[in-house]
Write a protein of this length. Structure first.
Length: 107
């Protein structure tokens, strides 16, 4: 789809629904930006204010140190003696970092 086709689709109010992998708030914001009625559509100042409020909200959330979580998991697995009980190789600390990158937790 060309940029012109995308513009025409939005102008006509015909676009594919935003996938569920995106948060409800993001979907609501996008839908508010592409409203066909200019009176209902958010302007740039409103969009910037919403984004700033979201960033401030995210900055206030406590950050989880993934290394502390990883160490805690490793300690608990050792207590369970998982290697012997399940005939498994030891889990490397790298396993957790790859899992985080794969799932997008390090972004």
């Amino acid at each position: 789809m060309s940029l012109y086709d995308l513009f025409q689709s939005i102008k006509a109010g015909k676009f594919t629904p935003i996938p569920d992998r995106y948060s409800y708030k993001l979907k609501l914001l996008i839908e508010s930006i592409i409203k066909t009625n200019p009176v209902e559509r958010l302007d740039i100042d409103q969009i910037v204010k919403i984004c700033e409020m979201h960033q401030a909200s995210e900055a206030r959330k406590p950050k989880i140190d993934s290394y502390l979580v990883m160490d805690d998991i490793m300690d608990k697995l050792k207590l369970l003696d998982y290697e012997r009980k399940f005939s498994l190789k030891p889990i490397s600390r790298i396993f957790f970092s790859h899992y985080e990158e794969e799932k997008g937790f390090n972004k």
